[in-house]
Design a protein around this ligand. Structure first.
Ligand code: LMR
Length: 344
């Protein structure tokens, strides 16, 4: 009898528990909907993939943009930033954006040249004398024409973010004269212009994704590379290189690009918020974040890399020799675009 009563109590308690837990109304569905507090179904997520570290101009800009959008949209839009090539490398990110697997990216101009060779104009050696020239050129007709090349690929260019001028590093010898380039093998970005720039100096090249540069330099698959000081410091490339030459021979910058279908599907007020946040971020990154003094001071104090400055004479010699590359690539880039590049 006791056993039967026990089983009875057990069944009743079980049923009550099941009712309480299982048949309660879904609390999520009861969340109030208003402009201040929107439900999860109104949340817009934008995946933003890039290949550099968080503490670089691009990494900082991505972070700044993400916070600004969160604030300006009152949490309605979340920019999920994936740095360091953790989702895609420069070989795969453009295809991922076109498929819509990510919605936004900021690849280097070299990476963009795989879509259309017009972007190679930005890789030409000694294309720009200083940062102002870069800005004036990209904010003018050239910038518009470069963005026009993206439309047939379902991409929408929305801004240019800057990193800075590239410097040279090597593990075998200091690069002080043009002869010093002979037999150095450089890790390069995917760009026929950069490949030619080094070949013309008697060097060889290997296209290697940014995140594999450290390893390939460390094991000696390549002995040199070119990059901005912030990339050299943040990726610790100085640890596997012995010499650095301040040459300012080329420019590294980024196109900020959206998947166009995704952009077009956004409500107009969100597009407006994103545009305004991009405008603010671009202004901030291009005038605040692009400062390399601290990274250069770090390298000077660090002593693990010897720093040379390209002499005026060698600089001029290299510039003069580069003119042949302009002639060679003009048909590929398009002479109409070449006229916007100040050049050597
Ligand atoms: C590189 O591959 O050296 C750079 O383009 C990486 C980057 O995006 O700054």
């Amino acid at each position: 009898m006791k056993a039967i009563t026990g089983i009875g109590i057990f069944v009743v308690v079980g049923l009550l528990t099941a009712y309480t837990v299982g048949f309660q109304p879904n609390l999520k569905e009861q969340l109030p909907y208003d402009d201040e507090q929107r439900g999860l179904k109104d949340q817009i997520t934008i995946k933003f993939s890039h290949v550099v570290a968080e503490n670089t101009p691009k990494g900082l800009a991505a972070d700044y943009f993400s916070k600004l959008v969160k604030e300006m949209s009152h949490d309605r839009v979340e920019i999920q930033v994936y740095p360091n090539g953790m989702l895609y490398t420069e070989n795969t990110e453009v295809a991922a954006l076109r498929r819509g697997d990510i919605q936004m990216m900021a690849p280097s101009f070299s990476t963009m040249s795989a879509i259309n060779p017009a972007w190679l104009a930005m890789d030409l050696p000694f294309a720009f004398e200083n940062q102002d020239e870069v800005e004036q050129t990209l904010n003018g007709a050239l910038g518009e024409k470069l963005f026009d090349t993206l439309k047939p690929f379902g991409l929408k260019g929305v801004a240019f973010w800057f990193n800075g001028f590239k410097q040279l590093t090597s593990s075998t010898k200091p690069l002080r004269t043009l002869n010093d380039f002979h037999n150095v093998k450089f890790r390069i970005q995917p760009s026929p212009v950069i490949e030619r720039q080094f070949q013309a100096l008697g060097a060889s090249t290997s296209i290697i994704p940014f995140n594999e540069a450290y390893h390939n330099l460390a094991v000696g698959n390549v002995s040199g590379q070119e990059n901005t000081i912030s990339n050299i410091v943040s990726k610790k490339l100085y640890q596997v290189q012995r010499y650095m030459t301040i040459s300012n021979h080329g420019y590294l910058g980024y196109a900020v690009v959206f998947n166009k279908n995704f952009w077009d599907s956004l409500p107009p007020d969100i597009q407006e918020i994103l545009s305004e946040a991009l405008r603010k971020t671009t202004e901030w990154t291009n005038h605040e974040a692009v400062k390399h003094e601290e990274d250069l001071i770090f390298l000077q104090k660090n002593n693990s890399i010897q720093i040379d400055y390209l002499s005026e004479e060698v600089h001029k010699q290299w510039k003069d020799e580069s003119k042949a590359i302009y002639e060679e690539f003009a048909p590929k880039i398009g002479r109409d675009l070449m006229k916007y590049i100040p050049g050597p």
